[in-house]
Design a protein around this ligand. Structure first.
Ligand SMILES: C[S@@+](CC[C@H](N)C(=O)[O-])C[C@H]1O[C@@H](n2cnc3c(N)ncnc32)[C@H](O)[C@@H]1O
Length: 275
């Protein structure tokens, strides 16, 4: 289905062709694949070993991720993984593995001040809360009221007690909270080409005009996020899309507009990095 919709959207097809060249066919076939679900264990409530035992007693088969000890692939599920009592109790969060990476790179520490400027529905906020052992403060912000509801449910379900939820335009943080945070996550709204395997909806609407609007938001958010950092603070900018317009170009914009930006390399053992 994804394959067909991408082929129909000429703008998207041509962009992907330019980006992937000989590997386009491989990418298009990947969008048809169903990815294995993954879960992140909520270590504020349970250990990975205890959770594995409880779920395997119900017939699930789990396999530990090679780069993150606190997460599992669901290899086999006798019923939906989001429908167990353990899920309801907040013992784990069903989360794409790629979505687990930005918090690991940002690496928030206990007792720090952290801003999650576009936080809903809270996959990364709740991950950071457990990394910080429920200490310090995370301001989890978003603008979409329905998504804030999901954020608030997830924060509650996961027992994340160090989270304050706000609902304001992220751009405003730059004026209100200058030099205030040790770390900031900008998990920006984007055109989500990386999620084509989950839903081909994006292939229906993707176009340069819409992407132009998104990049304006991304640029506004990255500037505001940078301004919120304490001197020497750390920021991660992430998206679930693959094109340079919404990634490298946004970082370049920040470098042009602000002094003192240092781009750091990172390495997570078990993850193949693009050089
Ligand atoms: C990729 S999603 C965030 C996913 C979230 N970080 C997670 O891991 O669950 C991007 C979010 O940006 C929010 N957003 C869009 N424009 C915004 C703005 N101007 N200020 C703050 N948030 C915004 C959207 O409502 C959306 O929830």
């Amino acid at each position: 289905m994804g394959y067909e919709w991408i082929s129909r959207n000429k703008e998207l097809y041509n962009l992907l062709k330019e980006y992937y060249q000989d590997e386009l066919e491989k990418f298009l076939l990947w969008t048809e694949e169903k990815l294995k679900p993954a879960i992140r264990v909520n270590t504020l409530k349970i250990t990975p070993e205890e959770l594995k035992e409880r779920l395997e007693n119900q017939g699930f088969t789990l396999k530990r991720l090679n780069f993150y000890n606190e997460a599992f692939y669901v290899e086999y599920a006798p019923f939906e993984i989001g429908k167990t009592i353990e899920h309801y109790l907040g013992y784990y969060y069903v989360q794409n593995i790629s979505s687990m990476i930005p918090p690991l790179v940002l690496n928030p520490q206990p007792h720090e001040m952290v801003l999650d400027i576009a936080a809903a529905p809270g996959s990364k906020t709740t991950q950071m809360a457990q990394m910080m052992r429920n200490t310090g403060v995370i301001i989890a912000n978003d603008v979409a009221v329905d998504r804030i509801k999901a954020l608030s449910n997830n924060v509650d379900r996961m027992g994340a007690l160090n989270v304050i939820i706000t609902m304001v335009e992220g751009f405003k943080f730059g004026f209100w909270f200058k030099n205030s945070f040790d770390r900031v996550l900008v998990d920006a709204p984007c055109s989500a080409i990386g999620t084509l395997h989950k839903s081909y909806e994006v292939a229906k609407w993707w176009g340069y005009e819409k992407v132009g609007k998104l990049t304006r938001t991304q640029k506004g958010l990255i500037l505001a996020a940078f301004d919120c950092l304490k001197p020497g603070g750390t920021m991660v900018y992430s998206t679930c899309t693959i094109t340079p317009e919404e990634n490298e170009a946004v970082i370049n914009f920040l470098i042009e507009k602000r002094e003192g930006v240092i781009i750091e390399e990172f390495d997570i053992q078990g993850i193949k990095m693009r050089k």
